[in-house]
Design a binder for this molecule. Structure first.
Ligand code: PGA
Length: 253
């Protein structure tokens, strides 16, 4: 059985007090309302991670949004996977389109980061997604295949089996434009097929593939009902406790 996951991505939002307060609300609501065995994760800015993991890390898991590709050294301003692990974090988002776009993170760099995250016994949530231009000119399957090949298909089967994939069409992130459940399912099935071709059916069947991009309490249940969609990576809606927990509950509706 594939793991069902709803992961929030707070991005660069919330000061320390606001983060503690929102996370406490989410933990209390998830404790009371979560029914199935789906996993809730909050990927927070670095400054929050230590406190959040102590506040309720067993109910809502904690993730970071980035990690450096080395363990330590003269890299002013950076944070390593080893440091992230040391505060009780379990997940790290790698390759979010905002990192690819604003911080020029290449497929090759993201492959190195993924290896380092796994070496530190953290789970990478590896993001792929096409731009609007790539969707409109129908090259999106090639783009996604290339992101998979360069980013994660260099992993051994054992390592690949540990990762989570997130499909986040760039045109749907923060825009209010959600991929329709048919569009998302089409891509998720394609991703699973590519994984099966590389690692075999058994591995492909077990990989959790999340959808991200303007997922909200209204569209989550329909998206999560698709065969190959195993949950969501939630940006804007993860900043409101009610919305985030309603998305977590969408698995049960
Ligand atoms: P959004 O962001 O839900 O605000 O569209 C998703 C993401 O970037 O992970």
């Amino acid at each position: 059985m594939r793991k069902k996951i709803v992961a929030g991505n707070w991005k660069m939002n919330l000061d320390y007090a606001e983060g503690i307060s929102l996370f406490s609300e989410i933990v209390n609501m998830v404790r009371d309302e979560k029914k199935g065995d789906q996993l809730a994760i909050i990927c927070a800015p670095f400054i929050h991670l230590n406190s959040l993991s102590k506040l309720g890390g067993e109910i809502v898991k904690i993730g970071a949004q980035n990690a450096h590709q080395n363990d330590s050294g003269a890299y002013t301003g950076e944070i390593s996977a080893k440091m992230i692990k040391s505060v009780g974090c379990e997940y790290v988002i790698i390759g979010h389109s905002e990192r690819r776009q604003y911080f020029a993170e290449s497929d090759e760099l993201l492959a190195q980061k993924t290896v380092k995250v796994l070496e530190n016994n953290l789970v990478p949530i590896f993001c792929i997604g096409e731009t609007l231009a790539e969707r409109n000119d129908n090259t999106y399957f090639e783009v996604l295949k290339s992101q998979l090949e360069k980013g994660v298909f260099g992993l051994s089967e054992t390592d690949f089996s540990k990762i989570v994939i997130a499909y986040e069409p760039v045109w749907a992130i923060g825009t209010g434009l959600t991929a329709s459940s048919e569009q998302a399912q089409e891509v998720h099935a394609f991703i699973r097929k590519e994984i099966a071709a590389k690692y075999g059916e058994a591995v492909a069947e077990e990989v959790t593939i999340l959808y991200g991009g303007s997922c909200n309490p209204k569209n989550a249940a329909e998206l999560f009902a698709q065969n190959d969609i195993d949950g969501g990576l939630i940006g804007g809606a993860s900043l409101k406790s009610r919305d985030f927990v309603d998305i977590v509950k969408a698995f049960n509706s």
